[in-house]
Design a protein around this ligand. Sequence first.
Ligand SMILES: [Zn+2]
Length: 253
Amino acid sequence: MRPASGGPGRDVPVGATTTEPTGVRRGSPAAPTESFGICRLCGGPTRPGLAVCYCCRQVTRSLRLPLAPVIAVTTYRVGDRMHRLLRGYKDAPVAAGRSACAVRLSATVDRWLTQGGAGWWARVGASCDAVVGVPSTSGRRGPPPVDRLIRGVPLLHARHRTLLVAGPTPPDHLVASRIGFAVREDAARAAGVGGAVLVVDDTFTTGARAQSAVAVLRRAGMTVRGVLVVGRAIDPDAAPWQDAYWRATGPPM
Ligand SMILES: [Zn+2]
């Protein structure tokens, strides 16, 4: 059964936190929790009956630190429209193409923050002193691509600080790293940041990247209130509960 809303470009959250009821539960006319669980850490799908998903268990094991709650604006699967936008804003061959993708992604986030996700923003985001993007770990030069998305969202842009750079040991698939990123001490001092932080990333697959950034910021003395991601990757073929989650939250066929 598909909820009335919840896919990419819509206004209902499809992520969840330990305290944030998921849009899946709110929006689903049936009872999808009978066929998939919701991870209490990342809000993604998990095997029914399990409170924490496999990815969060693996990331916790590699990081040996508590994880921050995650909320996702949309879900996507490889090859669909949202996936093309998330790839295109970074890798489209011409600048105009990258810009067009970025504008659409920022608009999606902006719409969610002011409509379906307004309650989450009021409880979590609005109390943050800084919004921090997760830098690229692929060796890409220049500012983090996600900063471009943040600049297109007024609520995020107003508190945006570029505090992180790539560290000596980047996170890998399912493997987080306490030194995957480093805090730019000069920027942190100049911004007067030492308080609450919201981490923002474009995509969420296993959480290793985002949670590595969380760990670095926390070790620098900041309080990370949560992680906001634009798109959560789902592989419906990976497991029955992934497929059920996708059918409940993904875009219409
Ligand atoms: Zn999880």
